[in-house]
Design a protein around this ligand. Structure first.
Ligand code: NAD
Ligand code: UDP
Length: 311
């Protein structure tokens, strides 16, 4: 049994990861400051004898003894990470330094949940891991995308300089049940709007693309990568099926049998026009590929929100 720290464990992805690790008989320490996560996401784990929760902000050091660290703490939705941009940078920089210091002292293997946002507005499509990206260093998204780029740099420097055992995973848009109603990301926004019969707000003309990965597929990828001894990454994890945002809105209206219409709102600054992972490295190294298609994943997510909204 490994002692595993999950930072951001009360968030959307972190809560599924804690669950999956408990199923594998691991000993879990979840750390979260509940900025964008919630006790509700992990309440069902409280009675488990190997689940422990500490309310803590990772910008401050913490002394615990662990064997592995999944470092997920950081708000992921643009509305959340832009709410307090300086705090987002502190979480990515000071938080990651603290987790790397902890990994160095305890000799724990540490995985960083990085993001496709580090590719910025990509000039290469789909994005392979050796693409360096095209990122605005002074824009509204910089606290997050540049923050994660520095976090990746810190991981590599602790690895080169102090031999810390690292893994870098670049996660592409992931969705599923347990996203907060007010999360602000596109899948949850559209589903909530469609279920309430409100207009679906597509930013811009909706021709921008994203590739949506169902949460269970993503968690399997994280576990596979952590178990691998010979690869530090970075490695892309995501679903390579690419859709326009307009097509996503139409699909959600169809699957919810909603009478909602589509309206267009201004495009946020620096919103990447297209994004799709090249997952050949993950397929080769991890023998991993997403299994859940968009329609199946959306149906599961729609059922969750129906219940949550009491419909
Ligand atoms: P989320 O916002 O639901 O979860 C993040 C969690 O981290 C929350 O529980 C939050 O309270 C916690 N947190 C934030 N700042 C903290 C701090 N300073 N100290 C302690 N806890 C803190 O987001 P998510 O979708 O679960 O994303 C988890 C991780 O995966 C993030 O690092 C994100 O950047 C990365 N990621 C997610 C996606 C996605 O599509 N879901 C895509 C790319 C990368
Ligand atoms: N988007 C949208 N309506 C919304 C939320 C998002 O049209 O209510 C668009 C957004 O402009 C972006 C895409 O959907 O082009 C994905 O946005 P999200 O915030 O989910 O993730 P990210 O931009 O970080 O990929």
């Amino acid at each position: 049994m490994n002692r595993i720290l999950v930072t951001g464990g009360a968030g959307f992805l972190g809560s599924y990861l804690c669950e999956a690790l408990l199923e594998r008989d691991e000993d879990i320490l979840c750390i979260d400051n509940f900025f964008s996560g919630s006790k509700d996401n992990i309440r069902h784990l409280f009675a488990h004898p190997y689940f422990e929760l500490i309310r803590h902000d990772i910008i401050h050091p913490i002394l615990v003894e662990v064997d592995r660290i999944y470092h997920l703490a950081c708000p992921a939705s643009p509305i959340h990470y832009q709410y307090n941009a300086i705090k987002t940078i502190k979480t990515n920089v000071m938080g990651t330094i603290n987790m790397l210091g902890l990994a160095k002292r305890t000799k724990a293997r540490i995985m960083l949940a990085s993001t496709s946002e580090i590719y910025g507005s990509p000039e290469i499509h789909p994005q392979p891991e050796d693409y360096w990206g095209n990122v605005n260093p002074i824009g509204l998204r910089s606290c997050y995308d540049e923050g994660k780029r520095v976090a990746e740099t810190l991981m590599m420097d602790y690895h080169r300089q102090n031999n810390v055992d690292i893994k870098i995973v670049r996660i592409f848009n992931t969705y599923g049940p347990r996203m907060a109603i007010d999360d602000g990301r596109v899948v949850s926004n559209f589903i909530v709007q469609a279920l309430k019969g409100e207009p679906l707000a597509v930013y811009g003309d909706g021709s921008q693309t994203r590739s949506f990965c169902y949460v269970s597929d993503l968690v399997e990828g994280l576990l596979a990568m952590m178990g691998l001894d010979d690869t530090i990454g970075p490695i892309n994890l995501g679903n390579p099926d690419e859709f326009t945002i307009l097509a996503l809105a139409e699909k959600i209206i169809e699957l919810t049998s909603s009478s909602s219409r589509i309206v267009h709102e201004p495009m946020p600054a620096d919103d990447p026009p297209r994004r799709c992972p090249d997952i050949s490295y993950a397929t080769d190294k991890l023998h991993w590929a997403p299994k859940v298609g968009l329609e199946e994943g959306l149906m599961k997510t729609i059922s969750y929100f129906k219940e949550k909204l009491d419909l």
